[in-house]
Design a protein around this ligand. Sequence first.
Ligand code: HEM
Ligand code: PLO
Length: 492
Amino acid sequence: AKSSHGPQEPPCLPALPLIGSLLSLQSPCPPHVLFKELQKKYGETFLMMMGSHRVIIVNQHAHAKEVLLKKGKIFAGRPRTVTTDILTRDGKDIAFGDYSATWRFHRKIVHGALCMFGEGSASIERIICAEAQSLCCSVSEAAAVGLALDLAPELTRAVTNVVCSLCFNSSYSRGDPEFEGMLRYSQGIVDTVAKDSLVDVFPWLQVFPNADLRLLKHCVAIRDKLLQKKYDEHKADYSDHVQRDLLDALLRAKRSAENNNTADINAESVGLSDDHLLMTVGDIFGAGVETTTTVLKWAVAYLIHHPDVQRRIQHELDTKIGADRPPRLSDRGSLPYLEATIREVLRIRPVAPLLIPHVALSDTSIGDFRVKKGTRVIINLWSLHHDEKEWNSPELFDPDRFLDSEGTGLTIPSSSYLPFGTGIRVCLGEALAKMELFLFLSWILQHFTLSVPPDHSLPSLEGKFGVVLQPTKYKVKATPRPGWWRAKSQTC
Ligand code: HEM
Ligand code: PLO
């Protein structure tokens, strides 16, 4: 008899006992590219075995939306893995934590705290613009000496300071040793966490010496010390009357749960332990830094490859804003080509090409396929964003695809586009990230033209796969634009 949850499981990659489908996954390509290739042979939605875990790969938008949106609650689980357990003290955070009352509670607190700084109030805009200004000053100093410069450290510092203000009400100046340390440990974590490594297929491999795990543990220890320091400082001068930042919002929730101890809610049982609070800020801080910085690096790399796109954005900036004042958030509506360019960057090089794995919390289905409880589901956003049936020449960088036929209004030409995911696990930082991308890019392009330095080659557009898809290092030449001196005399 046909089961109500679909008659059969999706086509499965060849699987051996113990190792599962590992042999079919040996490839020089990164996983998102390999999974896109494999759909030619197995269909858009297929099953594979990672050791003893069933993993379904989804390469197409209708199935992706069924998982994330229509059945979002059923697929809201997260797998426990060796590396994310090290990073998050066994899933006590939002991004890698399983679906639970604690998870819902923490999402709500963070959401509330981000809204407090939100688009409505002016303060988040002020914070970002102050960082954009300091970024432009640093770049102009380097540009004056005519150096080929690596923009990455300055972009990272600007983005870090925004999220540092939000989380801890603090910021870093150039050359701060704590900031330099943060850069190093964060890269170490990005390089080692959640890259479906062998320890997650064979957890017993942890007992053997493993360079990746050692690096991860070392970096996590440094991160935890930094978080603990911020936490202790906040606890020491916490007041119920002022809420300076996210950490204060979390502490307030903890205090109020502790005062309500008479009811059966207490701080431990709703997940407001010190560990949970630390892991939640750790998530927002980590996500806040690594994602936005990565998109800015991709955007600059593509602008260098496409000087025509850069010129069109600058023309838009010159006609809509001019050189007498810097861009602000309220200009977003009048700069559609810049917005279209940001959308195209997020399409062609998605930050999280496989999102974060989801888990089916009960027996269910995807399309006509049966899905057993506990199955992991990986949404291959790379396939959605490069689907030839949905996008013309998907490998072509073309912001115009996000503009209407008059070239003045924004559109989303295909529903195969989910840079921030969707549904109950949708990115918590989408609004913040979009504000930052708009302001940082508009400030930079108002003041400078970016190009390849003499004797350098164009940036690679290939990308290094990990928990985020990062571009490889490259240098740029930043040429101050005419008229910039007027703004400069007022700012630097
Ligand atoms: C989750 C994209 C910036 C916080 C995610 C997911 C994606 C994503 C694809 C996974 C959704 C899923 O698993 O279904 C992006 C992109 C960003 C960005 C493209 C920048 C352009 C940020 C920022 C923050 C943030 C700035 C913090 C303020 C989070 C958190 C989650 C998440 C906490 C986990 C949500 C959950 O599992 O419930 N993001 N993100 N993200 N993002 Fe972002
Ligand atoms: C980045 C390195 C930090 O040191 C720790 C960290 C915390 C949250 C992670 C983030 C890292 C990478 C990007 C992630 C984010 C949570 C949501 C976000 C995975 C590992 C995305 C894009 O899904």
